[in-house]
Design a protein around this ligand. Structure first.
Ligand SMILES: NC(=O)c1ccc[n+]([C@@H]2O[C@H](COP(=O)([O-])OP(=O)(O)OC[C@H]3O[C@@H](n4cnc5c(N)ncnc54)[C@H](OP(=O)(O)O)[C@@H]3O)[C@@H](O)[C@H]2O)c1
Length: 271
């Protein structure tokens, strides 16, 4: 039985990982700043802040494998994703951790965006560390795309950079692949994981609008920006790695089956 720590355990990927790791026979420790919402009496949860020393030693105690899914895309990414990852790697080395798994994002070498720059720096720290590591890059999760589209949902018209290319994947399917790698042997940098279809943001937005029974025109709003241009050029996609099986349409149908949010990626389902 492998003893595995999941950081960012209350996030989208972290939650999907926890249930799958337990089903695969791991002893799971969960770590995050705030406790999980759900009441799970058996959950071994440690209060942990990767920007400080809070909880790091306790979280790593008797752990063989670390899956470092803590991230702060809308916060201080230098402090959390770069400095925090380096701090955790140092502590993991001290604690004789056997394998450090790092989820990352497809296309971060070619998309100029500060969060992605910080993810790349964190990947380098992971590769340069003495702790054996595996890095798994994935495309955008369905739930993330829905969250982004949610920001325009209340507007009467949706002005969007409709030509950006996205290959959304179910977070549960990313978790499945990471769990398969969660052994005592590291694999280095493994192949990227993408969803089953590549769509333009316009297509994703229209399907999202229809699934929510909203009547809003989606209009092209060109943004003259390097990040958008890189997404438009397809750098966030990996067409040779259509690993996921759950399509955007299927994910939307499941999520909006009763007119409200459904299971998201949090249950054991592939969603
Ligand atoms: N979302 C996507 O579309 C996507 C796509 C490809 C790869 N990824 C990668 O997958 C991983 C997980 O992403 P996600 O979308 O699941 O993240 P998420 O839902 O935003 O969750 C982030 C987690 O990090 C924790 N966290 C934030 N700041 C922290 C801190 N200072 N110390 C300790 N924990 C902290 C949060 O809990 P608290 O706030 O309670 O601490 C939460 O549990 C990341 O490496 C991300 O780059 C994501």
């Amino acid at each position: 039985m492998v003893r595995t720590l999941v950081t960012g355990a209350t996030g989208t990927l972290g939650m999907a990982l926890r249930s799958r790791l337990r089903a695969a026979g791991h002893t799971v420790r969960a770590a995050s700043r705030s406790p999980p919402d759900e009441t799970d009496g058996d959950l071994d949860w440690v209060e942990f802040d990767v920007t400080e020393d809070t909880g790091i030693e306790t979280a790593l105690e008797s752990v063989e494998v670390v899956i470092h899914a803590a991230t702060a895309p809308q916060g201080d990414t230098a402090a959390v994703d770069v400095q925090g990852t380096k701090r955790l790697l140092e502590a993991a080395e001290e604690a004789d951790v056997e394998h450090f798994l790092y989820p990352s994002i497809v296309g971060i070498d070619d998309i100029p965006f500060s969060y992605y720059n910080h993810k790349r720096t964190a990947e380098t720290a992971v590769e340069e560390s003495d702790v054996p590591a595996t890095i798994v890059r994935a495309t955008q999760f369905h739930s993330f795309v829905a969250e982004m589209l949610g920001y325009v949902a209340k507007l009467p018209v949706w002005p969007l950079p409709t030509n950006m290319q996205i290959q959304p994947i179910a977070a549960g399917e990313v978790a499945d692949v990471i769990v398969d790698h969660t052994t005592l042997s590291a694999s280095g940098r493994v192949g990227p994981i993408g969803g089953p279809e590549i769509h333009s943001v316009g297509e994703l937005a229209r399907a999202y609008r229809d699934a929510r029974s909203l009547c809003r025109p989606v209009i092209r709003f060109p943004i003259p920006d390097k990040t958008v241009r890189a997404f438009r050029a397809g750098h966030a996609t990996c067409p040779d790695h259509l690993v996921g099986t759950v399509t955007w349409a299927e994910w939307l149908a499941e999520r909006h089956a009763n007119g409200v949010g459904g299971t998201d990626s949090r249950a054991q389902s592939p969603m």
